[in-house]
Design a protein around this ligand. Structure first.
Ligand SMILES: [Zn+2]
Length: 91
């Protein structure tokens, strides 16, 4: 996982949000890849519905896919909602 940029508050850091939720298993339940932060945010088909909301929020001011930096700053609140809405026990 990538490291947080130091100027970003821990609470809105992508890595931090996922730190305690993503399991250690390298393969995601969707079997399409490793269960990394990037996979969950951009690729995983199990969270498509949740991602659509995050994407809609991002597209108001950015292009999709957005950078990690944008996720951690401009749309940090939406990212938090996104991660809160995921059922990690299904992933
Ligand atoms: Zn997946």
């Amino acid at each position: 996982m990538s490291e947080c940029i130091h100027s970003i508050p821990q609470s809105s850091c992508v890595t931090y949000l996922f730190k305690y939720k993503i399991k250690d298993s390298p393969t995601c339940s969707c079997k399409r890849g490793e269960q990394t932060t990037d996979h969950i945010i951009f690729d995983c088909e199990l969270v498509e519905k949740e991602r659509d909301r995050l994407k809609a929020a991002a597209l108001r001011s950015e292009n999709w896919p957005v950078s990690k930096h944008t996720l951690s700053t401009n749309i940090a609140k939406n990212l938090k909602k996104f991660t809160d809405s995921l059922s990690f026990d299904k992933l």
